[in-house]
Design a protein around this ligand. Structure first.
Ligand SMILES: [Zn+2]
Length: 323
C-alpha cells in the first residue's frame, strides 16, 4: 500500500526528473565542449600554415611588395614567430599582435544564458511596464510595490547575481530586505518574485542555447514538463495534453507552443525539455515516428490547432511578470 503511494508520488515528478537529467547532460555537454575548445591547441591550422608557407616561400622573392603585404595579411598574428623564421620577408607586414585572449572559466552554459537574459532586460516601474504591449514586456523587468526605478533596478541586480551564483531564495529575500526593507506586499510577494523570475529566465536561457543551429537540428521537438499533483493549474493540464497526438510534445516552431510556453502564469512550475526525433517518437508522436522511419523531415512542420483553454487563462497569463 505504502509502496503504491510512493510510486504514485514519484510518477507525478517523472517528467520533471527526466527533464533535470536531460538538461544536466545537455548543459554538461555544452560546457564541456567549450572548455575543451578553449584548452586545445590549434594544431590542424598550425600545420596547414606551415604547409602553405613551405610551398610558397620559394616564390615569395618573385612577388611585388603589395602582394607580399596581401599575403602576410592572410596569417593571424599568432604565427608571427613562425613566419619570422620561415619567411622573413613577410614579417614586417604582419598584423599587430593581438592581446592574449582572457582565460574563460568553464561555467554552466544554462546559468550564464539565464543570467544574461535577465541582465538584458530594461528596468521599469510597474506603471511604466503596464503601458507596454505584450511584446515589449518580454524585454522589460518590473516588480510591483516598488515606486522608483532605482529600487526595481536593485532587485533586478540582486536576482541576476543570484541566478549566476546558483539561486537561493532565502539569501535573496535577506539581501532584498537589507537593501530596500521588506516589500510592502510582504514576504510571500518577495518569494514569488524570486521564483517566477528564476523560472522565466531559466526558460529564456534554455531557449537561447536551444536556438544554436546545432542544437536546433538535434532537438526539433519540445515537451511541456508539468508536475502532476494537486497544485497543477487547469491551464497547464490542458497544455500538457494539447500537443501532437494528444501528448505534451510540440514542434519547437509551433505558434501554439510559442504562445503558451512555460512559465504561463504566476507560480507555474512547468519546465520545458527539448527532444530529439527519437525521444519524440518514443513518446508516441506520429510525425516523429515517420521522420525516424523515412529519414526525411515532414514536408509541413506538424503544428497543433489552438487549444480550448479553461476560463481565466488569458488573465492568468497576462499577470505573469508583473508580480
Ligand atoms: Zn505550469
Amino acid at each position: 500500500m505504502r509502496l503504491a503511494r510512493v510510486q504514485a508520488l514519484l510518477r507525478s515528478y517523472q517528467q520533471a526528473l527526466a527533464g533535470i537529467l536531460h538538461r544536466t547532460v545537455l548543459h554538461a555537454g555544452l560546457a564541456g565542449m567549450r572548455a575543451l575548445a578553449n584548452a586545445l591547441p590549434v594544431l590542424p591550422e598550425a600545420s596547414a600554415v606551415r604547409h602553405i608557407l613551405r610551398a610558397y616561400v620559394p616564390r615569395l622573392t618573385r612577388l611585388e611588395p603589395a602582394e607580399v603585404k596581401a599575403f602576410a595579411a592572410l596569417f593571424p598574428a599568432s604565427y608571427r614567430d613562425e613566419l619570422r623564421h620561415l619567411a622573413p620577408r613577410l614579417a614586417p607586414h604582419l598584423p599587430p599582435a593581438e592581446p592574449a585572449a582572457p582565460k574563460v572559466e568553464p561555467k554552466l552554459a544554462l546559468v550564464e544564458a539565464a543570467a544574461a537574459a535577465l541582465r538584458q532586460k530594461g528596468v521599469l516601474t510597474k506603471p511604466e511596464y503596464d503601458r507596454l504591449d505584450a511584446q515589449a514586456r518580454q524585454q522589460a523587468f518590473t516588480v510591483a510595490g516598488q515606486t522608483t526605478r532605482a529600487a526595481v533596478q536593485k532587485i533586478h541586480d540582486l536576482l541576476a547575481e543570484q541566478i549566476s551564483q546558483g539561486p537561493e531564495q532565502r539569501g535573496f529575500v535577506k539581501k532584498w530586505t537589507a537593501a530596500l526593507g521588506e516589500s510592502p506586499l510582504g514576504q510571500a510577494h518577495m518569494e514569488t518574485v524570486f521564483r517566477d523570475t528564476v523560472q522565466k529566465h531559466y526558460a529564456e536561457g534554455m531557449d537561447k542555447m536551444a536556438a544554436h543551429p546545432l542544437v536546433q537540428e538535434l532537438f526539433p521537438f519540445v515537451a511541456n514538463e508539468a508536475i502532476f499533483d494537486a497544485r497543477l493549474s487547469e491551464l497547464c493540464r490542458v497544455i500538457s495534453r494539447s500537443g501532437l497526438d494528444g501528448s505534451n510534445v510540440y514542434h519547437r516552431d509551433d505558434p501554439v507552443w510559442k504562445k503558451y510556453q512555460n512559465p504561463r502564469h504566476i507560480r507555474c512550475r512547468c519546465g520545458r525539455r527539448y527532444l530529439t526525433i527519437e525521444q519524440a517518437a518514443a513518446l508516441g508522436v506520429k510525425a516523429a515516428q515517420r521522420w525516424l522511419k523515412t529519414g526525411r523531415p515532414p514536408a509541413v512542420p506538424p503544428f497543433v490547432p489552438e487549444p480550448k483553454l479553461p476560463p481565466g487563462s488569458e488573465r492568468a497569463r497576462q499577470a505573469l511578470g508583473t508580480v
